[in-house]
Design a protein around this ligand. Sequence first.
Ligand code: ZN
Length: 154
Amino acid sequence: MAKLNILKEGDETLRKTSRPVTEITPRILTLLDDMAETMRDANGVGLAAVQVGVLRRVVVIECEEGKLIELINPEIIAESGEQEEAEGCLSIPGQYGITHRPMKVTVRAKNRRGETVEYTGEGLLARAFCHELDHLDGVLFTDHVIEMLEPETE
Ligand code: ZN
């Protein structure tokens, strides 16, 4: 596995739309492994492939240690409720803001074996699904933030 470089806000790649994965090749599996390592190393709870410069619809999320969720071509198929909580992004370090998100979200995707999987998340996991899927369409949380919070001081 290898740690990848995370693109930062201002890099135009982050604004591009990612393309679906048509075939789960060894390269995609390596990408998933490397993304998980990169996310953990950065203490993040989610990472989209575009953030490491790969314009493919691939996401990893780990809101709970040891519970890695790998999503290939994910889409939101149901959402309900609402929440307004603080959100951050590994591509926008040190900045946090309040966003409006559904409280409960169900996503459908392919896993690394090409099987169709569904996950339902509430609270933080629901936010992570929305945040990471936004990345696949070039959207950053700052695009629809309600209120930015004071930057963290070292
Ligand atoms: Zn992000």
